[in-house]
Design a binder for this molecule. Structure first.
Ligand code: FMN
Length: 176
Protein backbone atom coordinates (compact mmCIF):
# COMPACT_ATOMS: atom_id res chain seq x y z
CA UNK A 1 0.00 0.00 0.00
CA UNK A 2 1.15 3.50 -0.86
CA UNK A 3 2.11 5.45 2.27
CA UNK A 4 1.85 9.06 0.99
CA UNK A 5 -0.46 11.67 2.53
CA UNK A 6 -3.86 10.07 2.64
CA UNK A 7 -6.25 13.01 2.99
CA UNK A 8 -6.34 13.83 -0.74
CA UNK A 9 -5.90 10.26 -1.88
CA UNK A 10 -8.46 8.05 -3.61
CA UNK A 11 -8.87 4.35 -2.90
CA UNK A 12 -9.78 1.90 -5.67
CA UNK A 13 -11.50 -1.27 -4.43
CA UNK A 14 -12.23 -4.03 -6.92
CA UNK A 15 -13.47 -7.58 -7.33
CA UNK A 16 -12.64 -9.58 -10.43
CA UNK A 17 -13.21 -13.19 -11.45
CA UNK A 18 -11.54 -13.37 -14.85
CA UNK A 19 -9.21 -10.37 -14.70
CA UNK A 20 -10.93 -7.62 -16.74
CA UNK A 21 -11.94 -5.50 -13.76
CA UNK A 22 -8.62 -6.16 -12.03
CA UNK A 23 -6.54 -4.80 -14.90
CA UNK A 24 -8.68 -1.67 -15.33
CA UNK A 25 -8.89 -1.00 -11.59
CA UNK A 26 -5.12 -1.24 -11.26
CA UNK A 27 -4.58 1.02 -14.27
CA UNK A 28 -6.99 3.58 -12.84
CA UNK A 29 -5.31 3.42 -9.42
CA UNK A 30 -1.96 4.07 -11.04
CA UNK A 31 -3.32 7.08 -12.98
CA UNK A 32 -4.88 8.45 -9.78
CA UNK A 33 -1.89 7.61 -7.59
CA UNK A 34 -4.53 5.86 -5.47
CA UNK A 35 -4.29 2.94 -3.10
CA UNK A 36 -5.79 -0.24 -4.49
CA UNK A 37 -7.45 -3.14 -2.64
CA UNK A 38 -8.82 -6.42 -3.97
CA UNK A 39 -12.02 -7.89 -2.56
CA UNK A 40 -11.86 -11.67 -2.27
CA UNK A 41 -15.22 -13.39 -2.40
CA UNK A 42 -16.36 -15.27 0.69
CA UNK A 43 -17.69 -17.90 -1.70
CA UNK A 44 -15.27 -19.24 -4.28
CA UNK A 45 -16.25 -18.95 -7.94
CA UNK A 46 -14.34 -20.72 -10.68
CA UNK A 47 -14.08 -19.62 -14.31
CA UNK A 48 -15.98 -22.73 -15.46
CA UNK A 49 -19.59 -23.16 -16.65
CA UNK A 50 -20.49 -24.53 -13.21
CA UNK A 51 -18.73 -21.59 -11.52
CA UNK A 52 -20.70 -19.15 -13.68
CA UNK A 53 -23.99 -20.86 -12.77
CA UNK A 54 -23.10 -20.60 -9.07
CA UNK A 55 -22.17 -16.93 -9.53
CA UNK A 56 -25.36 -16.19 -11.47
CA UNK A 57 -27.48 -17.97 -8.86
CA UNK A 58 -25.94 -16.05 -5.94
CA UNK A 59 -26.39 -12.79 -7.82
CA UNK A 60 -30.02 -13.51 -8.68
CA UNK A 61 -30.72 -14.47 -5.07
CA UNK A 62 -28.89 -11.32 -3.84
CA UNK A 63 -26.99 -13.62 -1.54
CA UNK A 64 -24.70 -12.04 1.04
CA UNK A 65 -21.63 -14.15 0.27
CA UNK A 66 -19.21 -12.22 2.48
CA UNK A 67 -15.74 -11.04 1.51
CA UNK A 68 -12.19 -10.65 2.75
CA UNK A 69 -9.55 -8.00 2.06
CA UNK A 70 -5.88 -8.47 2.80
CA UNK A 71 -4.51 -5.71 5.07
CA UNK A 72 -7.59 -3.46 5.09
CA UNK A 73 -6.95 0.12 6.24
CA UNK A 74 -8.23 1.05 9.70
CA UNK A 75 -10.82 3.40 8.21
CA UNK A 76 -11.89 4.19 4.67
CA UNK A 77 -12.96 7.68 5.69
CA UNK A 78 -9.24 8.60 5.50
CA UNK A 79 -9.67 8.69 1.73
CA UNK A 80 -11.05 11.60 -0.23
CA UNK A 81 -13.15 9.04 -2.10
CA UNK A 82 -13.52 5.39 -3.02
CA UNK A 83 -13.86 3.94 -6.53
CA UNK A 84 -15.85 0.71 -6.49
CA UNK A 85 -15.01 -1.56 -9.42
CA UNK A 86 -17.07 -4.65 -10.24
CA UNK A 87 -17.92 -6.92 -13.12
CA UNK A 88 -21.61 -6.81 -14.11
CA UNK A 89 -23.28 -10.10 -13.28
CA UNK A 90 -26.95 -10.57 -14.22
CA UNK A 91 -27.22 -6.77 -14.69
CA UNK A 92 -26.07 -6.33 -11.07
CA UNK A 93 -22.82 -5.88 -9.21
CA UNK A 94 -21.07 -9.10 -8.15
CA UNK A 95 -22.23 -10.40 -4.72
CA UNK A 96 -18.85 -9.91 -2.95
CA UNK A 97 -18.96 -6.22 -3.95
CA UNK A 98 -22.47 -5.96 -2.58
CA UNK A 99 -21.30 -7.51 0.70
CA UNK A 100 -18.36 -5.10 0.83
CA UNK A 101 -20.59 -2.05 0.23
CA UNK A 102 -23.05 -3.15 2.88
CA UNK A 103 -20.18 -3.30 5.38
CA UNK A 104 -18.26 -0.14 4.45
CA UNK A 105 -20.37 2.31 2.41
CA UNK A 106 -21.14 4.55 5.37
CA UNK A 107 -17.43 5.36 5.69
CA UNK A 108 -17.03 6.76 2.16
CA UNK A 109 -16.60 10.53 1.76
CA UNK A 110 -17.49 10.28 -1.93
CA UNK A 111 -17.85 7.46 -4.43
CA UNK A 112 -17.28 6.67 -8.09
CA UNK A 113 -18.20 3.48 -9.93
CA UNK A 114 -16.34 1.44 -12.55
CA UNK A 115 -17.86 -1.68 -14.15
CA UNK A 116 -16.75 -4.08 -16.85
CA UNK A 117 -19.38 -6.04 -18.73
CA UNK A 118 -20.30 -8.08 -21.78
CA UNK A 119 -22.70 -5.41 -22.98
CA UNK A 120 -25.83 -5.00 -20.85
CA UNK A 121 -26.69 -3.95 -17.34
CA UNK A 122 -24.29 -1.14 -16.45
CA UNK A 123 -27.02 1.38 -15.59
CA UNK A 124 -28.79 -1.08 -13.31
CA UNK A 125 -25.50 -1.96 -11.58
CA UNK A 126 -24.72 1.75 -11.08
CA UNK A 127 -28.19 2.32 -9.61
CA UNK A 128 -27.71 -0.62 -7.25
CA UNK A 129 -24.41 0.81 -5.98
CA UNK A 130 -25.96 4.26 -5.65
CA UNK A 131 -28.77 2.80 -3.54
CA UNK A 132 -26.47 0.83 -1.23
CA UNK A 133 -24.09 3.79 -0.83
CA UNK A 134 -27.06 6.12 -0.42
CA UNK A 135 -25.34 8.80 -2.49
CA UNK A 136 -24.75 9.84 -6.07
CA UNK A 137 -21.36 8.93 -7.56
CA UNK A 138 -19.04 11.72 -8.67
CA UNK A 139 -18.34 9.68 -11.79
CA UNK A 140 -19.19 6.39 -13.52
CA UNK A 141 -17.39 4.40 -16.20
CA UNK A 142 -18.51 1.21 -17.99
CA UNK A 143 -16.09 -0.71 -20.21
CA UNK A 144 -17.34 -3.59 -22.38
CA UNK A 145 -15.50 -6.84 -23.11
CA UNK A 146 -15.47 -5.77 -26.77
CA UNK A 147 -13.46 -2.68 -25.91
CA UNK A 148 -11.10 -4.80 -23.82
CA UNK A 149 -10.68 -7.64 -26.30
CA UNK A 150 -10.07 -5.37 -29.27
CA UNK A 151 -7.74 -3.48 -26.95
CA UNK A 152 -8.77 -0.25 -28.55
CA UNK A 153 -5.99 1.02 -26.36
CA UNK A 154 -6.05 4.67 -27.35
CA UNK A 155 -9.79 4.98 -26.81
CA UNK A 156 -9.60 3.00 -23.58
CA UNK A 157 -6.70 5.06 -22.29
CA UNK A 158 -8.57 8.27 -23.17
CA UNK A 159 -11.67 7.07 -21.28
CA UNK A 160 -9.62 6.11 -18.21
CA UNK A 161 -7.71 9.40 -18.34
CA UNK A 162 -10.94 11.38 -18.54
CA UNK A 163 -12.46 9.39 -15.66
CA UNK A 164 -9.34 9.82 -13.50
CA UNK A 165 -9.27 13.53 -14.31
CA UNK A 166 -12.90 14.00 -13.28
CA UNK A 167 -12.24 12.28 -9.93
CA UNK A 168 -9.10 14.27 -9.25
CA UNK A 169 -11.01 17.52 -9.63
CA UNK A 170 -14.31 16.45 -7.98
CA UNK A 171 -15.15 18.99 -5.27
CA UNK A 172 -15.60 17.32 -1.90
CA UNK A 173 -19.05 18.22 -0.58
CA UNK A 174 -19.39 18.59 3.17
CA UNK A 175 -21.77 16.05 4.71
CA UNK A 176 -23.91 17.61 7.47
C1 FMN B 1 -22.11 -15.01 -13.74
C2 FMN B 1 -21.87 -13.95 -14.78
C3 FMN B 1 -22.92 -13.12 -15.15
C4 FMN B 1 -22.71 -12.11 -16.09
N1 FMN B 1 -23.76 -11.28 -16.41
C5 FMN B 1 -23.55 -10.26 -17.30
C6 FMN B 1 -24.62 -9.34 -17.60
O1 FMN B 1 -25.71 -9.39 -17.06
N2 FMN B 1 -24.36 -8.37 -18.52
C7 FMN B 1 -23.17 -8.25 -19.15
O2 FMN B 1 -23.02 -7.34 -19.96
N3 FMN B 1 -22.12 -9.09 -18.87
C8 FMN B 1 -22.29 -10.09 -17.97
N4 FMN B 1 -21.26 -10.94 -17.66
C9 FMN B 1 -19.94 -10.70 -18.29
C10 FMN B 1 -18.98 -9.96 -17.34
O3 FMN B 1 -19.58 -8.79 -16.81
C11 FMN B 1 -17.70 -9.50 -18.08
O4 FMN B 1 -17.09 -10.57 -18.72
C12 FMN B 1 -16.73 -8.83 -17.10
O5 FMN B 1 -15.80 -8.03 -17.81
C13 FMN B 1 -15.97 -9.85 -16.27
O6 FMN B 1 -15.14 -9.15 -15.37
P1 FMN B 1 -13.91 -9.86 -14.62
O7 FMN B 1 -12.98 -10.38 -15.71
O8 FMN B 1 -13.27 -8.78 -13.83
O9 FMN B 1 -14.45 -10.97 -13.78
C14 FMN B 1 -21.44 -11.95 -16.71
C15 FMN B 1 -20.38 -12.80 -16.34
C16 FMN B 1 -20.60 -13.78 -15.38
C17 FMN B 1 -19.45 -14.69 -14.97
Amino acid sequence: MNTGSISSKWLVVYFSLSGNTRSLARELASKLDADCLEIQSGRKYSSTPLGYIKAAWDTGMQRNVGFTIENPPASLSQYVGVVIASPVWMSSIAPPVQSFLQAYAREFKQVAFLVTLGGNGAERAFKQMENICNRMPVGTLAISSKELIRRESEKLTAKLDEFAGSLRTAPLKKVA
